[in-house]
Design a protein around this ligand. Structure first.
Ligand SMILES: C[S@@+](CC[C@H](N)C(=O)[O-])C[C@H]1O[C@@H](n2cnc3c(N)ncnc32)[C@H](O)[C@@H]1O
Length: 271
C-alpha cells in the first residue's frame, strides 16, 4: 500500500528531527526503561528485543542486566545515538533498523520483548501487537509502556494532531495504546495473557514556556509540527494551546511545572 509506505517514510523523517536525548535528560525518562527491565526480571543470558528502541531506553538497562539484546527502530538517527551510548557504557547490543509492524525475526525468537513509548507510534496497532506476540517464545514475557490517553501526554498528542493535517484513516492514534479496553482487544487471539497497570513518571520543567520549548525543539514529530505551523503562521496558536495544557496539568504551587505523566504498563506472558 503506497499510503502506508508514505506514512512510514514520514515517520522516519520526523523522528530524525530534534534532539531526543536532550528530552530524555530533561525528563530523566531512562528511569522508565530501568523500571521496566527490573519489573520483567530480565536475567543474564536471556534474549531481549526492544521494539522502537529509540536511543536505548529499555535496551541499555537490559544489556546491563546481562541479557543478549536486540534494539530495533525505524530511525537510523535514533540508532546512531543508541549505538554511541552502548559504546560509551561498554555494552553490546545488536542495533537493527526495522519496522515494528514487520519484525525481521523468526517466530518465538525472544524470551522478553519490550517497548517503552515506542510501538504506540506504529500506525496499525493490531499489526504491531501481533508482531510483538509472534516473536515471543512460549512462556516469554512482554512489557510495553504507552502514554495514557487521559493523561498529560495523551492530551499533548491530541493537541499537536489538531494543528496538523489529518492522518490517513488506517493510522491509529498513538495514545490509544494507553487505553485499557483497546489494548485488551489488541492482544485477543495472540496467545498472550496480559495484565494492565497504570504508572506515572514525574517530570519537571522550569515553566510552561520552558515545557513548550523543550518538546517543540527536541521531540522529532513535534519539532516537525512546529516547523510546519511556523511556515504557515499558525505556530503561536499551537504554542498557546500547549502552554495552556502545561498550566492545567501542573500539579505544583511552585513556579515550575510538575507533571505526573500517566502511562499504561502492559505485562504479558505467552502461553
Ligand atoms: C518516543 S520514541 C521512544 C523511544 C524509546 N523507546 C524510549 O523509550 O525513549 C518513539 C520511537 O519509535 C520509533 N518508531 C516510530 N514508528 C516506528 C515503527 N513503525 N517501527 C519501529 N520504530 C518506530 C521512532 O523512531 C522513535 O525512536
Amino acid at each position: 500500500m503506497q499510503q502506508l509506505a508514505e506514512v512510514k517514510d514520514q515517520a522516519r523523517g520526523a523522528w530524525a528531527l530534534g534532539d531526543y536525548d536532550a528530552m530524555m535528560r530533561q525528563e530523566r525518562l531512562h528511569g522508565v526503561g530501568e523500571r521496566l527491565v527490573d519489573r520483567l526480571r530480565v536475567a543474564p543470558g536471556e534474549t531481549v528485543l526492544d521494539v522502537a528502541c529509540g536511543t536505548g531506553n529499555a535496551a541499555l538497562p537490559a544489556a546491563r542486566a546481562g541479557a543478549q539484546v536486540t534494539g530495533l527502530d525505524l530511525s537510523p538517527e535514533m540508532l546512531e545515538r543508541a549505538r554511541a551510548h552502548a559504546e560509551a557504557d561498554g555494552l553490546e547490543v545488536d542495533w537493527r533498523e526495522g519496522d515494528a509492524e514487520r519484525l525481521p525475526f523468526d517466530d518465538a525468537s525472544f524470551d522478553v520483548v519490550t517497548s517503552t513509548f515506542g510501538c504506540m507510534f506504529a500506525p496499525r496497532h493490531e499489526v504491531a501487537a501481533e508482531e510483538l506476540a509472534r516473536v515471543l517464545r512460549p512462556g516469554g514475557r512482554l512489557g510495553v509502556c504507552s502514554w495514557a490517553p487521559d493523561g498529560v501526554f495523551g492530551e499533548f498528542f491530541r493537541i499537536v494532531g489538531a494543528h496538523l493535517p489529518p492522518d490517513p484513516e488506517f493510522v491509529d492514534p498513538p495514545p490509544l495504546w494507553g487505553d485499557e479496553a483497546h489494548v485488551r482487544g489488541l492482544f485477543e487471539g495472540t496467545g498472550l495473557s496480559i495484565e494492565l497497570e497504570r504508572e506515572h513518571w514525574d517530570i519537571r520543567h522550569d515553566s510552561p514556556e520552558a515545557a513548550v520549548e523543550c518538546y517543540t525543539t527536541t521531540l522529532g514529530p513535534v519539532v516537525g509540527a512546529r516547523q510546519l505551523t511556523e511556515a504557515q503562521g499558525r505556530w503561536p496558536a499551537l504554542a498557546d494551546d500547549l502552554r495552556g495544557l502545561f498550566e492545567r496539568w501542573d500539579a505544583s504551587d511552585r513556579p515550575t511545572v510538575d507533571l505526573a505523566a500517566e502511562y499504561l504498563l502492559v505485562l504479558g506472558r505467552k502461553a
